[in-house]
Ligand binder design. Structure first.
Ligand code: PSU
Ligand code: MN
Length: 306
């Protein structure tokens, strides 16, 4: 494994010392936001994790290496290259690594590399899930399968309504993935605090999140845990407006015949276009909010004996 994995000195030192580390993904940089806001946000998220007392480990595949902890230049490179970087999910890793190529890691791949490195907590914006119409397209993100098998806690702001949220929850239930609402009983829908769907459990403190994750792993249940953290009230969007933009984006993607791994990036970009800069501002704030909660939870986990 050593020949594949490449930890930055700061991440390596923190892991060796048992200090809290928070994994961060890179598809959100290359495919989730436009340049230069993507690079600015990635650096701000890292800073937020540091301010909360943990070490950030932004994850990507660079030159065929599975990297945990990127330099500013590497983040700038991924942000500038944007959609030209390969969006790397689980199935992409073998060929990218064998070729010595680059890849921006999705939630699934970030979980894989975090786990290989020994990182237990990961913060992002939104996860992939069951797409609307999946009963005929079978478009279900590999993120869900990864949550079922890889022992990493993923802190997100719920899932965008570009997905079928009800079916996404059903899938996670079948796979035995606990879906936790942080301070809420309702699944947040990324841009908004409410979705109309219930989470499995409401938890109000990072300490209890850490205890639940520890119990899951110590019992040998395996798999990950999904923590959904609602966007702060001040930045949440008008549901009518955002849902109209989402419906329009889905209609456009169907008309254009967009499918496969292009679907999610297309929908993210189209929703942003249709809502002007507002959705981007909300997106940035919710990621920072998740980074803070992930750092606090990583701290709580590090304080409890391993
Ligand atoms: N949803 C978002 N923002 C994102 C993504 C999803 O609101 O940036 C990205 C994440 O990297 C996620 C990936 O893991 O898209 C899911 O892609 P797919 O649906 O193709 O599995
Ligand atoms: Mn898909």
């Amino acid at each position: 494994m050593k020949e594949y994995l490449d930890l930055s000195p700061a991440v390596k030192a923190a892991l060796l010392a048992g200090e809290p580390v928070v994994a961060l993904e890179s598809t959100i940089i290359s495919h989730g936001m436009p340049y230069p806001q993507n690079v600015e946000t990635a650096l701000r998220v890292e800073e937020t994790v540091r301010e909360a007392g943990a070490v950030p480990a932004t994850i990507a595949v660079i030159g065929g290496k599975l990297k945990a902890g990127l330099t500013h230049d590497e983040i700038e490179y991924l942000g500038k290259k944007g959609q030209a970087v390969t969006k790397a999910s689980r199935r992409d890793l073998p060929v990218l690594v064998a070729r010595g190529a680059d890849g921006a890691t999705t939630v699934a791949t970030t979980m894989i590399i975090a786990h290989l490195a020994g990182i237990r907590v990961f913060a992002t914006g939104g996860i992939g899930g069951v797409h609307r119409g999946a009963e005929t397209t079978m478009d279900i993100s590999a993120d869900l399968e990864e949550l079922a098998r890889t022992p990493v806690m993923v802190v997100c702001a719920g899932a965008k309504a570009i997905l079928d949220l009800g079916l996404t929850l059903e899938y996670l239930e079948t796979k035995g993935v606990p879906v936790i609402g942080f301070g809420t009983e309702e699944l947040p829908a990324f841009y908004t605090r409410k979705s109309g769907f219930k989470v499995d459990y409401r938890i109000d403190t990072p300490e209890e999140l850490a205890a639940a994750f520890r119990a899951q792993q110590e019992m040998g249940l395996g798999g990950g845990m999904l923590v959904t953290n609602p966007i702060p009230e001040a930045y949440s969007m008008d549901p009518v407006r955002i849902n109209a933009a989402i419906d329009q984006a889905i209609e456009d993607s169907r008309r254009l015949g967009i499918h496969g791994k292009e679907t999610t990036p297309y929908l993210l970009a189209r929703v942003k276009e249709l809502t002007g800069g507002d959705s981007l501002a909300s997106n940035i704030q919710l990621v920072l909010n998740n980074a803070r909660l992930a750092a606090r939870t990583a701290l709580a986990l590090a304080r409890q004996p391993r």
